[in-house]
Design a protein around this ligand. Structure first.
Ligand code: SER
Length: 314
């Protein structure tokens, strides 16, 4: 049977890049992108869908003979703190609606991202293991923790083929993040390219796990293409690529922009960042399904500058 993908949350940072990559792989006609709002400039098959509207979701999946769902809708960590009720409802009820589609035999496979935000201040901070203390202190993290447990439960109890990775902070030039704690690592490039001083909302020594968006998309496509027998973890896999702080990123940027200036004005997001790991042990993903990143810090910075230069100049 041919693959037909539905993406929920297509207008977000990951969704925008995933949909074009999936369209290349599966064919334009086999990828349906959805979001709660529309974008007149969106390229690709698109429908408005609220994943909390269960009948509408079910109807669309049946009408389009969808075989796999990429469920990306969420409020990121900083935004979720300002909107607790809705963030929880979206993260858990939205996931339930998707898991139940698979339980009822309407779809074959689900991708749902978890995050480094699932970890908390009591988790070992350096080289955080796959299985460890999970006591998140953010609304976003609590939603991801619950989601991971539900994925595992639906797999064990109902045989649902749900696959997940814990994304680190994601950095790409095709789409912007919104409302996350790791967003500074994208915003900083725009300031550097415009020759502006950057106001950083985290302390200079806040090390966090980060990844180029291309690597995150490759991980997503790879885990979905694996034979189910290789997917041994059904809550969510640690994946990692690099770890840096605002200071190390600024130093790397200065190799390209020697006059680049950064100022540190930590706000409420500092507490969120301080509760997360600084680096991640992803040995299990490497062993089980061959995960390997392509971008380190210097390649990431080079690639971002090359591509954003064209946008900022335009
Ligand atoms: N990038 C996310 C955030 O900062 C973490 O998964 O909220």
């Amino acid at each position: 049977m041919s693959r037909k993908a539905l993406i929920i949350g297509s207008l977000g940072q990951v969704g925008r890049e995933l949909s074009s990559n999936l369209a290349l792989k599966l064919g334009y006609e086999n990828v349906l992108s959805t979001d709660v709002k529309s974008d007149p400039d969106y390229e690709g098959r698109f429908e408005i869908l609220d994943c909390l509207d269960e009948p509408a979701l079910r109807d669309l999946v049946q009408r389009e003979s969808i075989t796999e769902v990429y469920h990306l809708a969420a409020l990121l960590s900083a935004t979720a703190e300002q909107n607790i009720d809705f963030a929880w409802k979206l993260s858990v009820n939205g996931l339930f609606n998707v898991l139940n589609l698979a339980k009822d035999g309407l779809i074959e496979k689900i991708f749902w991202p978890s995050s480094i935000a699932v970890f908390g201040p009591n988790t070992p901070r350096h080289q955080t293991p796959q299985s460890t203390i999970i006591e998140p202190t953010t609304v976003y993290g609590i939603g991801k923790q619950a989601g991971e447990q539900w994925c595992n439960y639906y797999h064990k109890r109902f045989g649902v083929d749900v696959r997940s990775v814990r994304y680190p902070g994601l950095i790409g030039w095709k789409s912007l993040p919104g409302g996350g704690t790791t967003d500074y690592a994208v915003d900083i490039f725009y300031s550097a390219l415009k020759g502006e001083r950057f106001n950083c909302f985290l302390n200079e020594d806040t090390f966090l796990p980060m990844m180029h968006m291309e690597d995150a998309i490759r991980a997503t496509l790879a885990i979905m293409e694996q034979d189910a027998s290789n997917i041994k973890i059904r809550n969510s896999y640690n994946i990692s690529a690099m770890s840096f702080s605002p200071k190390t990123l600024a130093e790397e940027l200065r190799k390209h922009f020697p006059n680049f200036e950064i100022e540190y004005k930590p706000d409420f997001r500092q507490e969120i960042a301080s509760s997360w790991p600084s680096s991640i042990d992803d040995a299990q993903a490497r062993t089980d399904w061959g995960w390997k990143e392509q971008y380190g810090l210097s390649e990431l910075v080079q690639n971002m500058i090359e591509n954003l230069k064209l946008q900022v100049q335009a």
